[in-house]
Every structure is written in C-alpha cells, then in structure tokens.
Design a protein around this ligand. Structure first.
Ligand code: AMP
Length: 426
C-alpha cells in the first residue's frame, strides 16, 4: 500500500488526531524537522495546540472536522487508539487503522498475539457470572496466583480491572450457587455481575463503520465484554518501543524497564538488563507484530518477564510513555522515528547516547512546581511539562529524565529531582 509512496518533505503539514502530550511531543519533533502541524482536539488550549499551526477544535467523532484535518495535511497520524473508524472512511493514515482496531480490544489483541506464537498469560472470554466462574475454575487459571478481570475495551492505566485473589479462584471451584460465588467477590464485581449490567447479550466489536473493513479475518468476530487473565508472577515489566517503516524494516530501542504505581507508569529505566535470549525473543515478538500489520510508525509492546521469559501484556499503536526517555537518551527519539516512518523517510538511529531514567509527574489536585529550581540544579536533568491547563489527580502533567553514562547514577539523580519536586507521595 505504502511501498511506492513519495517521501513527504518539510515544510509539508502533518495532521495529528489528538492534541494531548503525545500529540505535543510529535508536534515538537515535527517542528524541529521543519514540518507544519495541524491538530484536531476538542479541548481549547490542549497541549499540542501550543505548537500547532492549525488547531481544529472539534470532537473526534466529527467526520467533517476530520476531513478538514485531512485537507490541511500531507500525512495523517494519531496519538491515541480509540479512533472512530467511520470518520476515517476513505482517508489514509499512518499507521493504518488495523492495529488500532486490534489493540483497542484485549480479546482481539491477545488472540492475535497467540496466533503469532507470542507467549501470553492464560485468558478466557467472560460475558456472564457463569463464564467468570468457569474461567476461574479452569486449570490454567487455577495454576496462577490470582487472576484479573479486565474490560475488553476502554480500560487504560489500570482502569476497568478487578483483581481476584487465590481465595476467589478457589471459591469458584467449591461454591455451589453463582450467588454464593458472587458473594465471595469484591463489591464492585458483585454489582457488575448481579446488577443491571449482568445481561451481556450485546457484545462490542469496536467497529460500527460500514465502510471500514479491517484486513484481519477476526474483524467480524463478536468479542466478549471482559476477559479473565491469569496473574503473571513477573520479576519485572518491560517494553519494546520500536518503529515500522514502509520497506518492512523494524527498528527498536533496547528494552526499557517499567515500574507502575496504582496501575500508572511511575518510572522507566533505559535498560531492563535482560538476558540476551529474552531480549532477542521480545524483539522478535515486537517485530512479528510490526510485520503482521505492515506497521508504519512507532508503537510499543509491554511485556512481563516471568521465569526469565517475555510474556506479552499489551500493545500500544502509537509512541508510548515508556519511550519518552528516547527524547534525551537516544540518537533519534521515538517521535522522530515516527515522523520519519509516516513521511516515508529512512529510519534514524535507535542507538543510545547514554543511560536514562524517566519519572512521570502525575497530577494532584494542585501540581505546584515550587521545587523545580532545585531539581534543575541536578546535572543531566531534563524537564518536560505538557502545558495542561488543569491539574487533576492521576493526570500525566509532565516528566523528568535524568541522563548519565551510568544507569545507577541516572537513577539516583532522577530520584533526587523527583524528591525536590515534592511529588513523591503518589
Ligand atoms: P494493563 O492495563 O493491562 O497494562 O495493566 C496495568 C498493570 O496491571 C500492568 O502494568 C501490570 O502491572 C498489572 N497487570 C496487568 N495484567 C496483569 C497480569 N495478567 N498479571 C500480573 N499483573 C498484571
């Protein structure tokens, strides 16, 4: 489809659907490289709008506004996965809608991984309390130390997830009635499965646009409302951030180690220190996803490391928070690679300039920057602030990255800076 595309050179305009921090960082790189930027986002003053030549302030489902964005742009891309396919009818985008269609639904995503031979946690479809109960009783799930019930669509940063401990799994095996099993679950789950939402006769496919025909056979398949996933007993979490190019090549950075707090990424370290075999396997998994989709653009694959082996968690079809350290520590950042790919230019270098530790600055009701001056005294500290108009609890407001040749030293400095900013309480 895109193999014979002509390169898109500056000062052409790049169109971005979504004007949050990812759109902003794409726009920053696009501007540095001499491109114009058009952004569509409903929020006035959204982070990317400060860097855009054109801000179309409209809803993401406004087809006319999306057409306007397309008319201003030489290339269209996204900063998020929940793009309504019907508004893209007949419009070309990079990446294409296929990876978005798959990755926005955990059922499709995990099945694709499984079909590509990528190791995943055991998972089962759940549409009712009786499905939940039999999934809990499944021997593959019973082998795990617990399980997580996840909504197939719409969950992010740990939202839409309920943890079931070993006792809950045991209750599923031994309890005679469903009501009794429901009793053994936490309050929220009980409400879901015994309350008004208990009838899941209609399932979500994610695609209601008649004109959108994903090339993947699974498209017409009905997907469940939830999946139950076995809890992976991981030693660490890591991600592969990489970029697919029109010539079929895939270029990725060294695996990044990720640590979460309250289901949100807290920090990323430039090296996950994996054994060569695990690293190669994870890169092979990411590369097979890239090839499957003939992916053009940057994406991330999140993994658990269990018994030294990578286990697929999820894929994000866009630049990713765990790749932010590439802006300060790699020759070409994830955003530069994304722009090179979508503009059909050669790949940049994913090589490291140094080690780095990135820490997210997650909002409280008030996010004050009074410690910033002190933090900026720390050598090798890079500060990124997204210019959001309002701080809210759990909102990503910015991040800091400490760079150094030595990872341990970078880690120490990142933490000093984080302490100065006084946000250590999250
Ligand atoms: P997710 O939204 O699926 O990426 O989940 C958010 C976080 O919850 C992950 O980064 C893990 O820390 C944890 N988590 C999710 N799924 C599992 C699992 N199957 N086993 C263990 N931990 C998990």
């Amino acid at each position: 489809m895109s193999a014979i595309r002509k390169p898109v050179l500056p000062p052409a305009t790049l169109g971005i659907l979504g004007g949050g921090q990812l759109g902003r960082m794409m726009a920053q790189e696009a501007r540095r490289m001499g491109y114009g930027v058009a952004v569509l986002d409903p929020s006035p003053g959204c982070p990317a709008s400060h860097l855009a030549d054109h801000h179309i302030q409209a809803d993401f489902s406004d087809a006319a506004a999306v057409r306007k964005l397309a008319s201003l742009s030489a290339v269209m891309t996204f900063e998020f996965e929940n793009v309504d396919p019907s508004v893209m009818d007949g419009l070309e985008s990079f990446p294409s809608l296929d990876p978005l269609f798959i990755s926005r639904n955990r059922w499709r995503e995990k099945n694709l991984a499984r079909n590509l031979g990528i190791s995943t946690a055991p998972f089962f479809a759940v549409n009712s309390l009786s499905d939940l109960r039999s999934a809990c009783a499944n021997p593959e799930i019973q082998k795990c130390k617990g399980a997580i019930l996840k909504t197939c669509e719409g969950g992010y940063d740990g939202k839409g997830q309920w943890r079931l401990q070993k006792e809950d799994l045991d209750a599923a095996k031994t309890t005679i009635s469903l009501d009794q099993f429901a009793e053994s679950l936490n309050q929220e789950l009980r409400t879901i499965f015994t309350g008004p939402r208990a009838d899941f006769s209609s399932t979500t496919t994610g695609s209601d646009g008649a004109a959108f025909e994903p090339s993947i056979a699974m498209a017409s398949e009905q997907t469940p409302e939830f999946i139950l996933e076995g809890m992976v007993d991981f030693s660490l979490e890591f991600s592969i951030v990489g970029t697919g190019f029109s010539d079929g090549s895939f270029h990725c950075y060294a695996p990044v180690r990720n640590e979460h707090r309250n289901g949100i990424l807290h920090r990323s370290l430039s090296s996950a220190n994996l054994e060569k075999e695990s690293r190669d396997l994870a890169v092979q998994y990411a590369s097979s996803l890239s090839q499957h989709f003939r992916y053009v653009g940057t994406f991330a694959v999140e993994f658990f490391l269990e018994n030294g082996k990578p286990v697929f968690n999820e894929m994000a079809p866009r630049p990713h928070n765990s790749g932010h350290l590439t802006m300060d520590a790699k020759i070409s950042s994830q955003f530069e690679q994304h722009i090179r790919a979508i503009c059909n230019l050669p790949a940049g270098s994913s090589e490291a300039l140094c080690e780095a530790v990135m820490i997210n600055l997650i909002g409280e009701d008030n996010s004050d920057l009074s410690g910033l001056e002190k933090a900026l005294e720390i050598p090798g500290l890079r500060f990124h602030w997204y210019g959001k108009t309002e701080s809210r609890k759990g909102r990503k407001m910015g991040h800091i990255t400490a760079i150094h040749q030595d990872l341990f030293e970078a880690e120490k400095r990142a933490h000093q800076a984080f302490e100065c900013l006084g946000w250590a309480r999250q």
